[in-house]
Design a protein. Structure first.
Length: 428
């Protein structure tokens, strides 16, 4: 498993950038000040230098003068040129030495030298200030370009997509700093909005399917009522409506009206189910599944059926809505015992926080028409009219509320199979 990088920080990046900038400014400023100082020292005369004037008076009155430039802090050799006595016939009578200090004042410089000296003085203080300004600008530019601009651009694009009601995108930024974590939170928010929108559209589609199912199922009782009304009107016009026949018609009309009343009650119940809130609680698997299956064994015995239990779920604790779980399982089991010949099988599996519940029987299975209309609410194969498919409709809505789904299929050689998937959350 790849190790996570140590979490970076804009604060630390800012500190390091400022520290490096200050160091560079200090180095360049020091070099500039030293260079300016050396140039100024070269322009001004050295205060340690002096003129040594010599004045030699010969015996014959002849005077010989000389001038030498000396530096006090450096050893110097000085030679005094005298006349050769042999050639000239003259002897040294007296020598005078006079020391004159060289003036190092700014006023002694020539105009061009003074201008250069002033420029260097201004540079000595102005260039470090200029380096500081440039350092601040470059530091701010680097921080914005490397640390701030990429995530801000990503977040701006994401905001634009959301404003346009387009959630089919991803907030992709790999930084580990504060803005990187903000981008991760923004992506989680986008995903939540996307899931909520999908759920909302799913509910709208379910509502459309429900309305279509009700309209389809109500056509039969309405057609029956219309047919009986037309028949009674015709018979009354002809005057040949018998009492026994009238009683039979009224009895059928009463049954049909009860069916229509049942539809309205079922719709009211479905609306209540859609408003049900999911309440999670911790349960221990697979013990919870085993107990839930065993609780249905009494009803199975009443119908002369056997319950088979099969689970591949390991020991773990998860959070799910127990009421929704029992309601779905009991609804599907109630349908299964009406068609099963001898056995109803419960199979459980847990994969990637999805609990899969498979309930199958060894009956005749679903018809092709039923499988084609597996997403239609209130669809039933019961020909008596007593069961309108409310159990499947209720279970489908509840499974979707629990973050899952419900699918119908047939098994070989015969039998119906209902697969329920519920999203659960493992706690340990």
């Amino acid at each position: 498993m790849e190790k996570m990088r140590k979490s970076a920080s804009i604060k630390h990046a800012f500190i390091w950038a400022v520290a490096v900038t200050m160091l560079l400014v200090f180095v360049f400023s020091a070099l500039t000040i030293y260079g300016c100082y050396r140039i100024q020292k070269h322009i001004l005369p050295d205060s340690q230098e002096m003129w040594l004037h010599t004045k030699t008076i010969m015996a014959d009155g002849t005077v010989s003068e000389g001038t030498h430039r000396l530096t006090l802090d450096k050893p110097s050799k000085m030679s005094i040129l005298t006349s050769d006595q042999t050639d000239k016939g003259k002897t040294l009578e007296n020598t005078e030495f006079t020391i004159e200090r060289i003036e190092s004042s700014f006023s002694t410089l020539r105009p061009k030298q003074q201008l250069l000296y002033n420029v260097i003085s201004v540079s000595m203080f102005g260039l470090p200030f200029f380096y500081s300004i440039i350092g601040i600008v470059l530091c701010a530019w680097w921080l914005y370009r490397k640390k701030l601009s990429p995530p801000i651009r990503v977040l701006a694009d994401a905001t634009k997509h959301i404003k346009e009601q387009n959630l089919d995108f991803t907030v992709d930024y790999n930084g580990n700093d504060e803005l990187g974590r903000l981008c991760i939170a923004f992506e989680e928010m986008r995903q939540a909005l996307y899931d909520n929108n999908r759920q909302l559209w799913s509910m709208i589609e379910q509502r459309k399917i429900l309305q279509a199912s009700v309209a389809h199922d109500l056509r039969n009782p309405i057609a029956i009522v219309e047919g009986y009304v037309e028949y009674m009107q015709q018979c009354l016009a002809d005057g040949n409506l018998k009492d026994e026949e009238l009683q039979h018609i009224l009895s059928n009309l009463a049954i049909t009206s009860k069916r229509m009343e049942g539809y309205t009650e079922y719709i009211r119940d479905l609306n209540a189910i859609e408003e049900t809130e999911t309440k999670y609680s911790a349960v221990q698997l697979p013990d919870f599944l085993r107990r839930a299956t065993e609780s249905l064994s009494f009803r199975a015995k009443q119908h002369g059926l056997e319950i088979a239990y099969d689970s591949t779920v390991s020991e773990c604790q998860v959070k799910l809505d127990e009421q929704i779980f029992y309601r779905i399982v009991e609804n599907i089991f109630s349908n299964a015992i009406r068609y099963a010949k001898s056995k109803v099988r419960f199979q459980y599996a847990l994969t990637d926080d999805v609990l899969t519940i498979t309930i199958s029987d060894n009956g005749q299975g679903f018809s092709k028409k039923m499988l084609r209309k597996k997403n239609t609410f209130l669809y039933s194969e019961d020909k008596t009219g007593e069961h309108m498919g409310l159990g499947l409709a209720t279970s489908r809505i509840l499974s979707q509320k629990h973050g899952g789904s419900l699918e119908l299929s047939n098994i070989t050689p015969s039998g119906a199979c209902v697969t329920i998937k519920l999203a659960v959350y493992q706690t340990g």
